[in-house]
Design a protein around this ligand. Structure first.
Ligand code: PAP
Length: 332
Protein backbone atom coordinates (compact mmCIF):
# COMPACT_ATOMS: atom_id res chain seq x y z
CA UNK A 1 0.00 0.00 0.00
CA UNK A 2 1.44 3.40 -0.94
CA UNK A 3 2.22 5.65 2.02
CA UNK A 4 2.26 8.91 0.03
CA UNK A 5 -0.99 10.90 -0.03
CA UNK A 6 -1.61 11.92 -3.58
CA UNK A 7 -4.44 14.32 -4.25
CA UNK A 8 -3.92 14.09 -8.01
CA UNK A 9 -5.35 10.60 -8.07
CA UNK A 10 -9.10 10.15 -7.58
CA UNK A 11 -10.34 9.23 -4.12
CA UNK A 12 -11.52 5.79 -5.16
CA UNK A 13 -7.90 4.87 -5.94
CA UNK A 14 -6.35 6.43 -2.85
CA UNK A 15 -5.17 3.90 -0.30
CA UNK A 16 -3.16 5.96 2.16
CA UNK A 17 -5.73 8.60 3.13
CA UNK A 18 -7.34 6.46 5.79
CA UNK A 19 -7.33 6.68 9.58
CA UNK A 20 -4.88 4.81 11.79
CA UNK A 21 -7.83 2.78 13.07
CA UNK A 22 -8.60 1.72 9.50
CA UNK A 23 -4.94 0.89 8.80
CA UNK A 24 -4.74 -1.21 11.97
CA UNK A 25 -7.89 -3.05 11.04
CA UNK A 26 -6.69 -3.67 7.48
CA UNK A 27 -3.58 -5.35 8.84
CA UNK A 28 -5.83 -8.03 10.38
CA UNK A 29 -8.20 -8.54 7.43
CA UNK A 30 -8.05 -10.97 4.50
CA UNK A 31 -6.89 -9.13 1.39
CA UNK A 32 -7.16 -9.77 -2.36
CA UNK A 33 -6.06 -7.95 -5.49
CA UNK A 34 -8.60 -5.22 -6.32
CA UNK A 35 -10.64 -4.63 -9.47
CA UNK A 36 -9.89 -0.91 -9.37
CA UNK A 37 -7.63 0.17 -6.50
CA UNK A 38 -4.85 -2.30 -5.69
CA UNK A 39 -6.60 -4.07 -2.86
CA UNK A 40 -9.89 -5.40 -1.61
CA UNK A 41 -10.32 -6.11 2.11
CA UNK A 42 -12.81 -8.52 3.58
CA UNK A 43 -14.69 -6.96 6.48
CA UNK A 44 -17.73 -8.55 8.15
CA UNK A 45 -17.85 -11.06 5.30
CA UNK A 46 -17.84 -8.56 2.39
CA UNK A 47 -15.12 -7.05 0.17
CA UNK A 48 -14.28 -3.33 0.00
CA UNK A 49 -11.62 -1.22 -1.64
CA UNK A 50 -9.48 0.65 0.86
CA UNK A 51 -11.07 4.08 0.69
CA UNK A 52 -14.53 2.54 0.80
CA UNK A 53 -13.63 0.61 3.95
CA UNK A 54 -12.70 3.89 5.62
CA UNK A 55 -16.21 5.13 4.81
CA UNK A 56 -17.83 1.93 6.05
CA UNK A 57 -16.09 2.20 9.43
CA UNK A 58 -16.83 5.89 9.71
CA UNK A 59 -20.54 5.65 8.94
CA UNK A 60 -20.93 2.65 11.23
CA UNK A 61 -19.42 4.74 14.01
CA UNK A 62 -20.92 8.16 13.32
CA UNK A 63 -24.25 7.72 11.52
CA UNK A 64 -26.03 7.18 14.80
CA UNK A 65 -29.18 9.21 14.35
CA UNK A 66 -31.12 7.47 11.60
CA UNK A 67 -34.64 8.90 11.68
CA UNK A 68 -37.89 7.04 11.14
CA UNK A 69 -38.53 9.42 8.26
CA UNK A 70 -35.22 8.61 6.49
CA UNK A 71 -35.23 6.78 3.19
CA UNK A 72 -32.19 4.69 2.35
CA UNK A 73 -31.50 3.40 -1.14
CA UNK A 74 -29.43 0.24 -0.95
CA UNK A 75 -27.99 -1.60 -3.93
CA UNK A 76 -25.38 -4.09 -4.97
CA UNK A 77 -23.01 -2.05 -7.18
CA UNK A 78 -24.16 -1.74 -10.81
CA UNK A 79 -27.76 -2.77 -10.13
CA UNK A 80 -29.30 0.51 -11.27
CA UNK A 81 -28.36 2.74 -8.32
CA UNK A 82 -28.18 5.90 -10.45
CA UNK A 83 -31.63 5.22 -11.91
CA UNK A 84 -33.30 4.51 -8.57
CA UNK A 85 -31.71 7.62 -7.04
CA UNK A 86 -33.14 9.75 -9.85
CA UNK A 87 -36.59 8.16 -9.60
CA UNK A 88 -36.84 8.45 -5.83
CA UNK A 89 -35.59 12.03 -5.82
CA UNK A 90 -38.08 13.01 -8.54
CA UNK A 91 -40.89 11.18 -6.74
CA UNK A 92 -40.30 12.87 -3.39
CA UNK A 93 -39.81 16.33 -4.90
CA UNK A 94 -42.60 16.27 -7.48
CA UNK A 95 -44.62 18.99 -5.76
CA UNK A 96 -41.59 21.24 -5.37
CA UNK A 97 -40.65 20.96 -9.05
CA UNK A 98 -43.92 20.52 -10.96
CA UNK A 99 -42.35 21.73 -14.21
CA UNK A 100 -40.13 18.72 -14.55
CA UNK A 101 -38.45 19.59 -17.82
CA UNK A 102 -37.77 23.26 -17.01
CA UNK A 103 -35.99 23.73 -13.71
CA UNK A 104 -35.60 20.30 -12.18
CA UNK A 105 -32.37 19.63 -10.23
CA UNK A 106 -31.92 16.37 -12.16
CA UNK A 107 -31.37 18.45 -15.31
CA UNK A 108 -28.25 20.04 -13.87
CA UNK A 109 -27.05 17.67 -11.13
CA UNK A 110 -25.98 14.05 -11.30
CA UNK A 111 -28.30 11.73 -9.28
CA UNK A 112 -25.37 10.72 -7.04
CA UNK A 113 -24.96 14.35 -6.04
CA UNK A 114 -28.62 14.65 -5.12
CA UNK A 115 -28.67 11.37 -3.19
CA UNK A 116 -25.26 10.92 -1.54
CA UNK A 117 -23.73 7.62 -0.50
CA UNK A 118 -23.06 7.28 3.23
CA UNK A 119 -19.76 5.42 2.95
CA UNK A 120 -18.50 6.76 -0.40
CA UNK A 121 -19.44 10.38 0.05
CA UNK A 122 -20.77 11.73 3.37
CA UNK A 123 -18.52 9.66 5.66
CA UNK A 124 -15.63 9.04 3.29
CA UNK A 125 -13.11 11.48 4.75
CA UNK A 126 -11.26 10.22 7.80
CA UNK A 127 -11.29 13.60 9.56
CA UNK A 128 -14.79 14.83 8.67
CA UNK A 129 -18.06 13.91 10.30
CA UNK A 130 -20.94 15.64 8.51
CA UNK A 131 -23.80 17.34 10.30
CA UNK A 132 -26.90 15.91 8.69
CA UNK A 133 -29.39 17.35 11.19
CA UNK A 134 -30.33 20.34 9.07
CA UNK A 135 -31.39 18.28 6.06
CA UNK A 136 -35.18 18.54 5.70
CA UNK A 137 -37.18 15.37 6.10
CA UNK A 138 -37.47 12.93 4.48
CA UNK A 139 -33.68 12.66 4.21
CA UNK A 140 -32.63 10.55 1.27
CA UNK A 141 -29.32 8.66 1.45
CA UNK A 142 -27.81 5.65 -0.23
CA UNK A 143 -25.35 2.88 0.48
CA UNK A 144 -23.91 -0.32 -0.96
CA UNK A 145 -23.56 -1.83 2.52
CA UNK A 146 -24.85 -5.36 3.12
CA UNK A 147 -27.57 -5.70 5.76
CA UNK A 148 -25.18 -7.12 8.39
CA UNK A 149 -22.97 -4.04 8.16
CA UNK A 150 -25.59 -1.29 8.22
CA UNK A 151 -25.05 1.30 10.98
CA UNK A 152 -26.89 0.19 14.13
CA UNK A 153 -29.16 3.23 14.08
CA UNK A 154 -30.47 2.21 10.64
CA UNK A 155 -31.31 -1.26 11.95
CA UNK A 156 -32.97 0.20 15.05
CA UNK A 157 -35.00 2.97 13.38
CA UNK A 158 -38.16 2.60 11.33
CA UNK A 159 -36.59 4.21 8.29
CA UNK A 160 -37.54 2.88 4.87
CA UNK A 161 -35.03 0.83 2.90
CA UNK A 162 -35.37 0.57 -0.88
CA UNK A 163 -33.26 -2.37 -1.98
CA UNK A 164 -32.52 -2.82 -5.67
CA UNK A 165 -30.74 -5.77 -7.23
CA UNK A 166 -30.13 -7.01 -10.75
CA UNK A 167 -29.43 -10.42 -12.25
CA UNK A 168 -25.81 -11.38 -11.54
CA UNK A 169 -24.87 -11.84 -15.22
CA UNK A 170 -25.68 -8.23 -16.17
CA UNK A 171 -24.43 -6.94 -12.82
CA UNK A 172 -21.09 -8.64 -13.42
CA UNK A 173 -20.71 -7.33 -16.98
CA UNK A 174 -21.66 -3.83 -15.89
CA UNK A 175 -19.12 -3.96 -13.06
CA UNK A 176 -16.43 -5.30 -15.37
CA UNK A 177 -16.95 -2.42 -17.83
CA UNK A 178 -17.16 0.16 -15.04
CA UNK A 179 -13.96 -0.88 -13.29
CA UNK A 180 -12.01 -1.09 -16.54
CA UNK A 181 -13.24 2.36 -17.53
CA UNK A 182 -12.17 3.86 -14.21
CA UNK A 183 -8.71 2.35 -14.17
CA UNK A 184 -6.30 5.11 -14.92
CA UNK A 185 -3.70 3.19 -16.86
CA UNK A 186 -5.59 1.73 -19.78
CA UNK A 187 -2.86 -0.87 -20.17
CA UNK A 188 -3.88 -3.08 -17.27
CA UNK A 189 -7.54 -3.85 -17.93
CA UNK A 190 -9.03 -6.72 -15.96
CA UNK A 191 -9.55 -9.73 -18.19
CA UNK A 192 -13.11 -11.01 -18.42
CA UNK A 193 -12.08 -14.51 -17.39
CA UNK A 194 -10.12 -13.41 -14.35
CA UNK A 195 -12.84 -11.03 -13.18
CA UNK A 196 -15.47 -13.72 -13.71
CA UNK A 197 -13.60 -16.15 -11.47
CA UNK A 198 -13.32 -13.50 -8.77
CA UNK A 199 -16.99 -12.58 -9.02
CA UNK A 200 -18.04 -16.25 -8.75
CA UNK A 201 -15.79 -16.60 -5.69
CA UNK A 202 -17.45 -13.60 -4.09
CA UNK A 203 -14.40 -11.35 -4.44
CA UNK A 204 -16.01 -8.28 -6.00
CA UNK A 205 -16.78 -4.80 -4.69
CA UNK A 206 -19.33 -5.37 -1.86
CA UNK A 207 -19.40 -9.07 -2.81
CA UNK A 208 -20.22 -11.84 -2.39
CA UNK A 209 -23.08 -10.70 -4.63
CA UNK A 210 -25.43 -13.53 -3.59
CA UNK A 211 -24.96 -13.02 0.16
CA UNK A 212 -25.70 -9.31 -0.32
CA UNK A 213 -29.01 -10.08 -2.03
CA UNK A 214 -29.87 -12.87 0.40
CA UNK A 215 -29.39 -10.63 3.44
CA UNK A 216 -31.93 -8.10 2.18
CA UNK A 217 -34.28 -10.70 0.71
CA UNK A 218 -34.64 -12.41 4.09
CA UNK A 219 -35.09 -9.10 5.90
CA UNK A 220 -37.65 -7.88 3.34
CA UNK A 221 -39.74 -10.95 4.16
CA UNK A 222 -39.39 -10.38 7.90
CA UNK A 223 -39.86 -6.60 7.76
CA UNK A 224 -42.06 -5.83 4.73
CA UNK A 225 -42.98 -2.37 6.02
CA UNK A 226 -39.33 -1.40 6.33
CA UNK A 227 -37.68 -3.00 3.30
CA UNK A 228 -38.96 -3.02 -0.25
CA UNK A 229 -36.99 -5.22 -2.62
CA UNK A 230 -36.93 -4.37 -6.30
CA UNK A 231 -35.36 -5.98 -9.33
CA UNK A 232 -33.82 -3.96 -12.20
CA UNK A 233 -35.42 -6.29 -14.74
CA UNK A 234 -38.87 -5.65 -13.27
CA UNK A 235 -38.26 -1.89 -13.37
CA UNK A 236 -37.30 -2.08 -17.04
CA UNK A 237 -40.33 -4.22 -17.88
CA UNK A 238 -42.98 -2.35 -15.94
CA UNK A 239 -41.57 0.94 -14.70
CA UNK A 240 -44.88 2.66 -13.93
CA UNK A 241 -46.05 -0.26 -11.80
CA UNK A 242 -42.80 -0.26 -9.79
CA UNK A 243 -42.87 3.53 -9.40
CA UNK A 244 -46.43 3.43 -8.09
CA UNK A 245 -45.50 0.69 -5.61
CA UNK A 246 -42.48 2.71 -4.56
CA UNK A 247 -44.60 5.82 -4.02
CA UNK A 248 -47.05 3.88 -1.85
CA UNK A 249 -44.22 2.28 0.12
CA UNK A 250 -42.59 5.59 1.05
CA UNK A 251 -45.95 7.09 1.96
CA UNK A 252 -46.54 9.48 -0.94
CA UNK A 253 -48.83 7.63 -3.37
CA UNK A 254 -49.89 9.27 -6.62
CA UNK A 255 -53.39 10.70 -6.61
CA UNK A 256 -55.86 9.89 -9.36
CA UNK A 257 -55.42 13.48 -10.64
CA UNK A 258 -51.67 13.08 -10.82
CA UNK A 259 -52.03 9.83 -12.71
CA UNK A 260 -54.47 11.50 -15.14
CA UNK A 261 -52.15 14.49 -15.58
CA UNK A 262 -49.29 12.18 -16.58
CA UNK A 263 -47.02 12.84 -13.58
CA UNK A 264 -45.87 9.21 -13.48
CA UNK A 265 -44.94 9.28 -17.16
CA UNK A 266 -43.11 12.57 -16.70
CA UNK A 267 -41.00 11.20 -13.85
CA UNK A 268 -40.19 8.06 -15.83
CA UNK A 269 -39.25 10.14 -18.85
CA UNK A 270 -37.07 12.54 -16.87
CA UNK A 271 -35.24 9.60 -15.25
CA UNK A 272 -34.95 7.51 -18.40
CA UNK A 273 -31.54 6.39 -19.59
CA UNK A 274 -32.03 8.34 -22.80
CA UNK A 275 -32.68 11.68 -21.11
CA UNK A 276 -30.25 11.38 -18.19
CA UNK A 277 -27.33 10.05 -20.22
CA UNK A 278 -27.64 12.88 -22.75
CA UNK A 279 -27.62 15.74 -20.25
CA UNK A 280 -24.49 17.90 -20.28
CA UNK A 281 -24.00 17.37 -16.54
CA UNK A 282 -23.84 13.62 -16.99
CA UNK A 283 -21.54 13.73 -19.99
CA UNK A 284 -18.86 15.57 -18.08
CA UNK A 285 -17.93 16.26 -14.47
CA UNK A 286 -17.07 13.97 -11.60
CA UNK A 287 -18.43 12.83 -8.26
CA UNK A 288 -16.75 13.99 -5.04
CA UNK A 289 -15.29 10.48 -4.88
CA UNK A 290 -13.64 11.01 -8.27
CA UNK A 291 -15.64 8.82 -10.67
CA UNK A 292 -16.66 10.49 -13.94
CA UNK A 293 -20.42 10.98 -14.23
CA UNK A 294 -20.51 9.39 -17.65
CA UNK A 295 -19.16 6.11 -16.27
CA UNK A 296 -22.59 5.53 -14.69
CA UNK A 297 -24.36 5.49 -18.06
CA UNK A 298 -23.31 2.70 -20.41
CA UNK A 299 -26.21 0.85 -22.04
CA UNK A 300 -29.00 0.47 -19.50
CA UNK A 301 -30.52 -2.71 -20.94
CA UNK A 302 -31.35 -6.20 -19.73
CA UNK A 303 -29.42 -9.15 -21.17
CA UNK A 304 -26.27 -7.45 -22.48
CA UNK A 305 -24.25 -10.11 -20.64
CA UNK A 306 -25.27 -12.56 -23.40
CA UNK A 307 -22.95 -10.60 -25.69
CA UNK A 308 -19.95 -11.26 -23.44
CA UNK A 309 -20.37 -14.48 -21.47
CA UNK A 310 -19.89 -17.97 -22.89
CA UNK A 311 -22.62 -20.59 -22.48
CA UNK A 312 -20.49 -22.21 -19.76
CA UNK A 313 -20.14 -18.96 -17.85
CA UNK A 314 -23.88 -18.35 -18.02
CA UNK A 315 -24.57 -21.86 -16.80
CA UNK A 316 -22.09 -21.44 -13.96
CA UNK A 317 -23.69 -18.20 -12.75
CA UNK A 318 -27.17 -19.70 -13.05
CA UNK A 319 -26.14 -22.70 -10.97
CA UNK A 320 -24.59 -20.56 -8.24
CA UNK A 321 -27.65 -18.30 -8.18
CA UNK A 322 -30.07 -21.21 -7.91
CA UNK A 323 -27.98 -22.87 -5.21
CA UNK A 324 -27.54 -19.74 -3.11
CA UNK A 325 -30.87 -17.97 -3.62
CA UNK A 326 -33.38 -20.38 -5.19
CA UNK A 327 -33.37 -22.43 -2.00
CA UNK A 328 -34.71 -19.37 -0.18
CA UNK A 329 -37.41 -18.75 -2.76
CA UNK A 330 -35.60 -15.90 -4.52
CA UNK A 331 -35.28 -15.82 -8.30
CA UNK A 332 -34.32 -13.09 -10.77
P1 PAP B 1 -23.38 2.27 -9.00
O1 PAP B 1 -23.95 1.09 -8.25
O2 PAP B 1 -21.90 2.21 -9.13
O3 PAP B 1 -23.87 3.57 -8.50
P2 PAP B 1 -25.31 1.82 -11.08
O4 PAP B 1 -26.03 3.05 -11.35
O5 PAP B 1 -25.98 0.78 -10.25
O6 PAP B 1 -23.88 2.15 -10.49
O7 PAP B 1 -24.91 1.07 -12.41
C1 PAP B 1 -24.94 1.62 -13.65
C2 PAP B 1 -25.80 0.74 -14.52
O8 PAP B 1 -27.12 1.27 -14.53
C3 PAP B 1 -25.29 0.75 -15.93
O9 PAP B 1 -25.69 -0.49 -16.50
P3 PAP B 1 -24.98 -1.10 -17.81
O10 PAP B 1 -23.51 -1.11 -17.54
O11 PAP B 1 -25.53 -2.49 -17.94
O12 PAP B 1 -25.36 -0.24 -18.94
C4 PAP B 1 -26.06 1.95 -16.47
O13 PAP B 1 -26.10 2.01 -17.87
C5 PAP B 1 -27.42 1.70 -15.86
N1 PAP B 1 -28.25 2.91 -15.82
C6 PAP B 1 -27.87 4.17 -15.49
N2 PAP B 1 -28.89 5.01 -15.57
C7 PAP B 1 -29.96 4.29 -15.97
C8 PAP B 1 -31.32 4.61 -16.27
N3 PAP B 1 -31.78 5.85 -16.16
N4 PAP B 1 -32.15 3.61 -16.66
C9 PAP B 1 -31.68 2.35 -16.77
N5 PAP B 1 -30.42 1.98 -16.52
C10 PAP B 1 -29.56 2.94 -16.12
Amino acid sequence: MSSQPNNAIPKYLQESEVSQECKDLIATLPMEKGWLASHLHQYQGFWYFTRQLQGVLSCQKHFNNSLNSDILIVTTPKSGTTWLKALTFALLNRHKYPKMFENHPLLTKNPHFLVPFLELDLYNDKDLVPDLNSIPSPRLFSTHLPYVSLPKSVIDSNCKILYLCRNPKDTFISLWHFTNKLKLDGTSTNSLEDSFKKFCNGVSICGPFWEHVLGYWKESLDQPKKIMLMRYEEMKKNPSFVLKELARFVGCPFSKEEEDEGVIDDILKLCSFKILSNLEVNKKGKLSSGEEHRAFFRLGEVGDSNNYLTAEMIEQLDIITEKKLGHYGFRF
